[in-house]
Design a protein around this ligand. Structure first.
Ligand code: PLP
Length: 369
């Protein structure tokens, strides 16, 4: 086998020649941004594809998260998970909000609703959970608490493109859901993101916020940011969307192959299969348990020595970074499950072009010690 490096993910790129007509249209119209035709087309195509009513496209997921908090005028304290990409909490700090970390459920690795109530104070205004690896949170339990305490719910749905539950898109839950279309995500516009909201009025508010607060040529109604997706990225999204079902189907096959091949391996636990209706197979997380003969980090190093680059998503925890670790809620004894998971987690390579032989090479290295 040739020693080509296998990364944790690799973007799925449609044939280049299919992108040329989009570029020609941009060159012809000379409309590069400011809610041009591709921006509008992608918004409506995503609503159709995802089964949602309102979406507002952004330059990236982080600006979308920051803007979502602005849109709901969130202040004070927000309950969130330490087991996520650092942008989740950074979006709070950029709004002058104090993150309050609550532990995760050891089975789903999502925010544990049973632990939320104890963290609520008079300053709490919202809950910001993450659908980690695209697996849906316990949305009903979270909403029940939010309703009881009059809190907003903003889902960081950066992993959750296309996720469904029995009632439809998981993006319909909460007040707002935020997507990322970064190069490493299942659906990518190279850089990009979006806010999914429930009604036209909220979308209009978000659209003003992402365009400096302009309501028309001469009217500025709020202190907005520049968060607009441009025509180039929107065109990439339209083309990518044509291939997304095929790409996710390929991921599903890889997920099944990993599960099958790792079934008998002592000390390796695959995260629960959430079932065909909910999953997008964005990640393939395994937990390296204490009865596995070598440590998680030794396994990580061993795979790297064979040019296979898994990732420890999420290690370290957000609560361990210097700008967070002084918070009372960031103390490891407040977060035992998240701390344990971050020491056991390894996300294996998964992307549409990952071949059968490559998967076997990876699982054989994990099985042979
Ligand atoms: C990728 C990601 C983000 C940030 O999205 P960008 O588009 O890269 O800004 C936020 N939260 C989570 C959980 C992510 O995985």
């Amino acid at each position: 086998m040739t020693k080509k490096t296998i990364y944790v993910t690799q973007p799925f790129l449609p044939p280049l020649e299919e992108f040329i007509p989009y570029l020609e249209k941009i060159w012809e119209s000379k409309t590069l941004t400011n809610g041009g035709p591709f921006h509008q087309q992608l918004e409506s195509a995503l609503c159709d594809h995802l089964g949602i009513k309102h979406i507002s496209l952004f330059t990236n997921g982080t600006i979308a998260l920051i803007t979502a908090l602005q849109a709901l005028r969130i202040t004070g304290e927000v309950i969130t998970t330490p087991y996520s990409f650092v942008a989740t909490s950074h979006a709070l700090l950029w709004n002058g909000i104090r993150p309050v970390f609550v532990d995760i459920d050891p089975n789903t690795l999502n925010l544990d609703p049973a632990k939320i109530e104890a963290a609520i104070t008079p300053q709490t205004t919202a809950i910001m959970p993450v659908h980690c690896y695209g697996h849906p949170c316990d949305v009903e339990a979270i909403q029940e608490i939010a309703d009881r305490y009059n809190l907003k719910v903003i889902y960081d749905a950066a992993h959750a493109f296309g996720g469904q539950d029995t009632g439809g898109s998981i993006l319909r839950h909460g007040d707002l859901s935020v997507l990322s279309f970064h190069a490493t995500k299942v659906f990518t516009t190279f850089e990009g993101g979006a806010i999914v909201c429930r009604d036209a009025k909220t979308k209009e508010h978000i659209d003003h916020l992402k365009n400096f607060g302009f309501a028309d040529e001469t009217t500025v109604v709020m202190p907005g940011i520049n968060g607009k997706m441009n025509e180039f990225n929107a065109a990439l999204g339209l083309l990518q969307l044509k291939y997304i079902d095929k790409a996710i189907a390929k991921r599903r096959e890889i997920d099944a192959a990993y599960r099958e091949q790792l079934k008998g391996v002592n000390g390796i636990r695959c995260l629960n299969d959430t079932g065909e209706t909910t999953a997008n197979y964005a990640y393939f997380p395994i937990l390296v348990e204490p009865d596995y003969p070598i440590s998680r980090d030794d396994l990580y190093q061993k795979l790297k020595n064979h040019s296979i680059h898994p990732r420890r998503y999420f290690y370290p925890l957000i609560s361990e970074f210097p700008m967070y670790r002084g918070l009372p809620s960031a103390q490891p004894n407040n977060l035992p499950e998240a701390t344990a998971a971050s020491k056991k987690i390894l996300c294996l390579p998964i992307y549409p072009s990952l071949g059968r032989q490559q998967i076997e090479a990876i699982t054989q290295l994990i099985a042979a010690y």
